[in-house]
Design a protein around this ligand. Sequence first.
Ligand code: DC
Length: 226
Amino acid sequence: MIHIAIDGPSGAGKSTVAKALAKELHFVYVDTGAMYRAVGLYTRRHGASPTDPEAVAALLPDVSVTLEYAEDGSQRVLLNGEDVSLAIRENEISQYASAVSKIPAVRAHLLTLQRDMARTHDLIMDGRDIGTVVLPDAALKIFMVARPEARARRRTLELLAKGQDVEYETILAEINARDEQDRTRAVSPAIPAEDAVMMDNSDMTVEENVEAIRVLMRERGLLGAS
Ligand code: DC
């Protein structure tokens, strides 16, 4: 199986690029952030505090997160069988996801599922700890970054396009706060694996970014090798 790990902070364009590349290569795309978001959504729905590890851990036995793929390769996120693909993108859920992702029991719960998918599929998986924890033997690891302003601009446009009422300055502040939280947490901090290739896409188009990854795959003999 060929595994490509793409890690990096929120808004660095990981999912856009990973999705495009997976479609082209006929690999499965696994958005692990969506899984943390689903746990965050469940936590909010049950009125539990996302910063209370025991309360969240107690919910986990009732949380089943699965990913489904449509004909066109798009991913749907199911929480106990319910399609929550849209609900997990609400801005408030970002904070819930970030908080619950600090809880070791949550990470262990999702790690099993992520590794199971990797056992049986060529895939591109994006997240924060894919190269360091989930798929340490991935054939290619990329740590994708972009300037905070570029990320906030993309995120604002994305949310506005979805009809959400957001402001650039607020999004920028939230991105900086969430980065800090993701980077400094004790469990699986969002840091590059030692053997990851650093990629700054602030000034790249999506196609240029995809091509930069294709180049790395070609160099490693991963294109057309599956
Ligand atoms: O990529 P995203 O914004 O959808 O991720 C939501 C949150 O989940 C983010 O705050 C970090 C966390 N996360 C994580 O801890 N580990 C992952 N592999 C993916 C996401």
